[in-house]
Write a protein that binds this ligand. Structure first.
Ligand SMILES: Nc1nc2c(ncn2[C@@H]2O[C@H](COP(=O)(O)OP(=O)(O)O)[C@@H](O)[C@H]2O)c(=O)[nH]1
Ligand SMILES: [Mg+2]
Length: 767
């Protein structure tokens, strides 16, 4: 085609190839900058041709046709064609400057047709025109197993089918065809936009070089480079699989625990209503209760009235009172001593210690341990501790325990107490009170007063928010409460064993726990402790094969719904326990914690994370930690090279199916590594040649004298296509290439040099 204006070039580029290989989409991507979504790409294909008159009709299409390539202002005119083999494309080929021979990398037949049908046709109509082989849809090299991609085909098959691995054409296969035909090779995808601009930019180069050879006097083409070698396409690194944690049910479980009234050890007497509750929960939820229940309870008669008003005097003191050998005490709260002595033994000990007559060792009518005390406190009127039988399922149980009875003053009404307890257990109050429109103001005030007296600051804030119509702030308030109460439960009950009524004998120690929470939070524990099993009546349960470390994490979960950090090397026992006790959320939380630990490890230079993943992969599957197994597998896939380097033996020790999976899904894939190796070797060769050419005078420095490179020039002009085959150049950024362009622009290469590189790459790549 003739120049439209001086120093402006018009390039006619024709796209040919089988139907549905992606010609029209590729043209639209370049000419209209059209980006397409996956669903658009996968919609049913209707053969269309992009009309050439769009350059005339649409101004923006015409504007986008302009491009500056190696300093030359070019208007690229793209010609689309139908892919039917028998069609007459004579008109399209006429006066073309470059032909893009397209095939789909997911359709090997379309590549075969390039050699068998298309190239001969092109050469028939345009014997001298440069040709470029273009592998379209190269996103399918990794998308073929993408779940979203595959999901589109679910209900459309068998009419439309997804690309299969066996269909994929690898870069080296396509490159071999290109070499055979003596043309340059590029890949593109309109989905990722990889190569879209590169294909056309280099098509322009091929066209301009051919033009320069015909019209060597046109000086504005002297800096045009030969088509550059395309850097290989590396599929994106697959993201690690996401781990989901099933929603916690702690609030619900705690409420069920309150309503179920099982294993209670405290009765709150409020007016005519008695509330059986659990001391450990109240201690964790309310400072007022904590202090009341932690005080050293002595009998009134042994003290003066001023000393006996200890509740009021110790109020404000949050610490556990010191145990004094001389003090007659009913309940000792030192966790260590409690952990060491089961309740009954402790009771005996206390009885022995007690010198005071009120400890009713010989009183026949009163239970021997019954102890009563008046309290001089605005809310708590009196406290009584009695010894009772099992409050659990079996009334005939021999398991004895203490029951504390606290009588509250009239300042707290039963309804207010009900709501305070609900809040302490679950961080919630009844719905009726949440809306100022429906709630009775009087009742709200009663609850607020109770919350203040029982030192439940978050409940006070919650109620005040309701009163001021600022309910939107309550989520945060409830969150704050649950954080505080979880911390207390962990500190007092899990770590301290406060008011624990059951001891677990583990491989390396003893741990105290509370039947109530175990039963409320874990079905297997419920079956064990409620049923006819021996454990239902035992104070000590032997748990062989479990260490304190593991059991502590289990208790943390049962009490707080969360778990502390877990190191990857210690997780297996906990996963096994979580699986054995059927606690799926704990299993998920452990998976998350271990992944956190592995992610942290992976940030170091070391290969620790890889080694841990290799160790964990198969055992965690046995414990149903499938998400963790999947994560490890995905991590190993993207670190396959490291495994081969540092742990080839561990890799071989894996189940053959796992080895196959890793090989199959390794990232970057083998075809990329091969292609990258080819590219690098070529680049090295190129820089060597560049050095050599710097030493000898350049053949293309703008002078019209051909003497220095006569033989090469002759070869160039006679076989334009072959020139591209033997000299496919780099796809370095233009800036990086600037110096090279200035130094000569053309990159001579021996006719067989790329062939040699290719052969060497095949031989040397030990993949
Ligand atoms: N995944 C993927 N699909 C593509 C790509 N290019 C085209 N397609 C799809 O392949 C089908 C054929 O495309 P089209 O451009 O019409 O092919 P033509 O007949 O050669 O013009 C259409 O369904 C396109 O959505 C690509 O780069 N990636
Ligand atoms: Mg088309």
């Amino acid at each position: 085609m003739d120049n439209e204006q001086p120093h402006q070039e018009l390039v006619k580029c024709v796209l040919v190839g089988d139907t549905a290989v992606g010609k029209t989409r590729l043209i639209c991507a370049r000419a209209c900058n059209k980006h397409v979504s996956l669903s658009q790409l996968l919609s049913t294909h209707v053969p269309t041709v992009w009309a050439i008159d769009q350059y005339r009709i649409y101004k923006d299409v015409l504007e986008r046709s302009w491009e500056v390539v190696d300093g030359v202002n070019v208007s690229l005119r793209l010609w689309d064609t139908f892919g039917d083999h028998e069609k007459d494309r004579r008109f399209a080929y006429g006066r073309s400057d470059v032909v893009l021979l397209c095939f789909s990398i997911a359709n090997p037949v379309s590549l075969r047709n390039c050699r068998a049908m298309w190239y001969p046709e092109i050469r028939r109509f345009c014997p001298q025109t440069p040709v470029i082989l273009v592998g379209c849809k190269n996103d399918l090299r990794y998308m073929y197993r993408d779940e979203t991609y595959l999901s589109y085909f679910g209900d459309r098959s068998p009419f439309v089918r997804a690309a299969r691995k066996s269909d994929l054409v690898m870069p080296d296969e396509a490159r071999a065809v290109a070499k055979d035909l003596g043309v340059a090779y590029y890949e593109s995808s309109v989905f990722t936009y990889f190569g879209v601009n590169e294909v056309f930019e280099n098509a322009i180069r091929a066209a301009l070089i051919a033009r320069r050879q015909q019209r060597f006097w046109i000086t504005n083409l002297k800096r045009v480079q030969r088509p550059l070698l395309q850097a290989p396409f590396r599929p994106p690194k697959p993201p690690p699989p996401e781990v989901t944690v099933i929603t916690g049910t702690q609030s619900k479980d705690m409420l069920a625990m309150l309503n179920g009234q099982r294993y209670t050890d405290l009765v709150l007497v409020v007016g005519a209503v008695r509330f059986p509750v659990h001391r450990f929960v109240l201690s964790a939820g309310s400072s007022a209760f904590h202090r009341l229940l932690m005080m050293e309870l002595t009998d009134m008669g042994a003290r003066s009235s001023s000393e006996s008003s200890m509740v009021s005097s110790t109020y404000g003191d949050n610490s556990t009172a010191d145990f004094n050998e001389d003090t007659e005490c009913l309940l000792r709260c030192d966790p260590q001593s409690r952990a060491a002595a089961p309740p009954l033994r402790m009771w005996e000990q206390l009885k022995r210690r007690s010198s005071y007559q009120a400890l009713p060792t010989h009183e026949p009518k009163k239970p021997p341990s019954d102890l009563f005390r008046e309290l001089h406190h605005p809310v708590f009127q009196s406290i009584r501790v009695i010894q009772v039988g099992d409050s659990g399922i079996s009334s005939s149980s021999s398991r004895a325990h203490t029951q504390t009875i606290v009588t509250l003053s009239k300042l707290i009404t039963p309804q207010a107490m009900q709501q305070c307890l609900k809040f302490i257990y679950s961080g919630k109050i009844d719905r009726d009170y949440l809306d100022i429109q429906t709630a009775s103001i009087g009742l709200l005030l009663e609850i607020r007063q109770a919350a203040d007296l029982l030192e439940l600051p978050q409940l006070s804030v919650l109620l005040s928010n309701i009163q001021t119509n600022q309910n939107f702030m309550n989520d945060e308030t409830i969150q704050h409460y649950s954080t505080c109460v979880r911390k207390n439960l962990e500190k007092l009950c899990v770590n301290g064993g406060l008011f624990g009524d059951l001891t677990f004998e583990l491989d390396d120690g003893h741990v105290k726990a509370h039947r109530a929470i175990l039963v409320a939070r874990c079905d297997v524990m419920r079956a064990m402790l409620n049923g006819d099993f021996r454990e239902a009546h035992a104070n000590v349960i032997v748990f062989p094969g479990v260490t304190e470390y593991t059991f502590h994490k289990l208790l943390c979960y049962l009490y707080t719904d969360e778990i502390p950090p877990i190191s990857a090397d210690k997780c297996l026992n906990l996963l096994e326990l979580a699986n054995r006790l059927c606690v799926p959320r704990l299993l998920n939380l452990v998976e998350c914690r271990v992944i956190e630990d592995l992610t942290r490890m992976s940030q170091n230079e070391s290969s620790d994370a890889v080694e841990h993943c290799l160790k964990l992969l198969e055992p965690v599957k046995l414990h149903n930690a499938h998400q963790l197994a999947e994560w490890c597998m995905s991590y190993l896939c993207v670190n396959y090279n490291i495994i081969c380097r540092v742990s080839p033996k561990s890799l071989k020790a894996l189940h053959p199916d796992n080895q196959d999976y890793l090989r199959e899904h390794r990232w970057p894939p083998v075809w990329y590594l091969k292609d990258f190796d080819y590219y690098q070797r070529y680049m090295n060769e190129l820089s060597r040649e560049l050095k050599d050419s710097k030493k000898s005078p350049s053949d293309d420095d703008g002078c019209l004298c051909f003497s220095g490179c006569k033989s090469r020039r002759t070869a160039d002009s006679s076989t334009v296509g072959q020139q591209q085959q033997i000299e496919p150049l780099t796809s370095q950024p233009a800036t990086a290439r600037g110096a090279e362009v200035a130094a000569g622009g053309l990159y001579p290469s021996q006719a067989n040099s790329v062939q040699q590189i290719d052969d060497a790459a095949e031989a040397d790549l030990n993949l």
